[in-house]
Every structure is written in C-alpha cells, then in structure tokens.
Design a protein around this ligand. Sequence first.
Ligand SMILES: Cc1cc2nc3c(=O)[nH]c(=O)nc-3n(C[C@H](O)[C@H](O)[C@H](O)COP(=O)(O)OP(=O)(O)OC[C@H]3O[C@@H](n4cnc5c(N)ncnc54)[C@H](O)[C@@H]3O)c2cc1C
Length: 300
Amino acid sequence: MELPESLLSIPHRRDVPFARLTTLGLGGVCKWLFEPGTEEEARLFVKTCRVNDLNYRILGGGSNLLVLSDISVPVMRLNMPVELRLTAKGVSANASYSHTALINNVADMGFSGIEWAYGIPGSFGGALRMNAGANGGEWAQTLDQIRFLTPFGEIVEKVPEHGDFTYRSSFLADGHIALSASIKLVKRDRESVKKTMNKFQTKRRQSQPVGRSAGCVFKNPPDKKAGQLIESVGLKGTRIGDAKVSPIHANFLLNLGNATPLDFWELIQLVRSKVYEIHKCELELEVEVWDENIADRPLR
Ligand SMILES: Cc1cc2nc3c(=O)[nH]c(=O)nc-3n(C[C@H](O)[C@H](O)[C@H](O)COP(=O)(O)OP(=O)(O)OC[C@H]3O[C@@H](n4cnc5c(N)ncnc54)[C@H](O)[C@@H]3O)c2cc1C
C-alpha cells in the first residue's frame, strides 16, 4: 500500500509482528505502525488519513486484542512522553501511560481512588476506551475530564456525561482517540493505598491464570458470569492446538506458546456454541478481533 508523504513524516515502523504488540503473543503482521510522539503528530495522522480516505486502527498496549490476519491499513499507537500533572482534583495523565505505572505512580504521590485498577495491563488510553474495570470500580467513576482527538482531527476536552461510558465500552468507540484525562483522587497515606493495591493483586493472582492471554474473552451477560457459564458446560481445560480454556478461570483463553490465530478463533467458536447449546445464551466478545480477511469483529 502506497501512503502519502505527509504520513511518512510521522515516526513509523514496517512489518512488526502482532505477536510483539499484543499480550496474547500471536497474530499477523502490522504492515505500518505509526508512533506519534506528540499530539500534533497524532492529529496529522488522523487528518491525513481522513483527507486521503484511508482507514486506520488504534493500538494501545494490545492487552484486549486478538489479531487474526496481517493488518495492512495504518495502525497508530501513541508514543508521547509519559507525564503526570497535578490538577485541582487529582492528577492528569496522557494516554500513552502504562496502566500499571499510572496506578503505581499515583499511589507513590499519596493519592487514593484508583487502587481497584491495579493489575489491569495495557495503556491508560486503552483503559479509557474500554472503560476497564475491576473490584467494583471502573474508569467512568473516576474521571474528571477527558481530552481526545475526533475522527476529523479536532482536539476536544470534555467532562464525561451520563451515557459516555458503559460496561466495557465508551464514546471513544465512535472513532475518537483518547489523548489524556484527569482523574479525581483524594489524598491518603501511601502505605494504606499500597496495602489496598496489594490486596487486589493477591485476589487477582488467586483467581486468574498466569501466561499469555487477553484477559476475559467474553463480556458477562446481564446477571451472569461468562466464566461460570463456560465452566458449567465442561470446557475448562479444553484445548485446540496451543489455545486452551484456562482451568483456573474459564473466561481466560490462553496461548500456551505456539497457538495460531485460527486455533484461538476455533476455541472461541467452540465456547460460544457450547454455551448457546446448553444455556441459550449468546456470549458477546469483550476482546476486540482484528481481521482483514473476513468481516471484522464478526461477533459484535
Ligand atoms: C491478564 C489480563 C488481565 C486483564 N484484566 C482486566 C480487568 O480486570 N478488567 C478489564 O476491564 N480488563 C482487563 N483486561 C483487558 C485489558 O487489559 C483492558 O481492556 C485494557 O484496558 C486494554 O488496554 P490496551 O491499552 O491494552 O488496549 P488495546 O488492547 O491495545 O486496545 C483495546 C481497544 O482500545 C482502543 N484504544 C487503544 N488506545 C486507545 C486510545 N488512546 N484512544 C482510543 N482508543 C484506544 C483500541 O483501538 C481497541 O479498540 C485484562 C487483560 C489481561 C491480559
């Protein structure tokens, strides 16, 4: 694919395997990976793609992604120098921030309010897009303001409104790119904040498998737990090639090392069809699927 000169002025790499860009450690090749180091470069990326009628995709830490094919359209992953700024209500962080580093650094500053998020991998931007949540918390509850890039290349700042964030989704899904956000926090002594974080980390270690995964593959249906549904149909430990339903938490599908995208996809289909057959419940994907060969995100 030929790309416009102005796009090529943005830092980029060619032919990067998605195995290196995602926590699942598998997938095709990212033909064009753009890594803008400033908001202006990110804006140039979006505007140039728009003017030239080019589709593109946004990548964060790759911890909620299953890539089934090569991706030939430009992929953008923000690479801005990470920055935490004090605000009137807490701190502001940019979207490139590693989610784990953000939680740790906020605790080190003696702030409390986002301990619940400790242990969720990926980037802050991805967590905002997904409205990541755990331990009774989710990003929607904690945000003061969000700064984002629209699909037209405009930079907008807004206070989140009712309906902007839903269970594992947000208004960003409509083609907006999170640039930074400010977080509402309260002052608290560092030791007690760390203690709460460690409690959540221990709980995670006891209930979730280690190894290559994308976290929970399916959303919880209303009033149900996807993991329990999968367990109840006897699929814990089921394996296709090197893709396996975790024996510890059935909503985690693992790459044991050499799983192919197809192994993974077939295991997802098997889980869905078995749960539907027995419970008449259609599991919806939480993991996002990228595939240029067949219709994208076929289960959404
Ligand atoms: C071991 C493990 C445990 C997990 N536990 C949890 C958990 O407890 N709770 C939970 O909610 N999730 C969990 N996850 C899933 C995942 O970590 C979260 O969804 C995470 O927030 C995704 O962030 P990311 O940067 O990796 O996004 P990616 O996987 O890179 O992308 C996910 C989506 O976000 C979009 N995106 C990325 N960056 C931006 C941006 N700057 N602006 C707009 N859109 C963007 C992408 O286009 C894509 O649509 C877990 C995953 C793993 C591997």
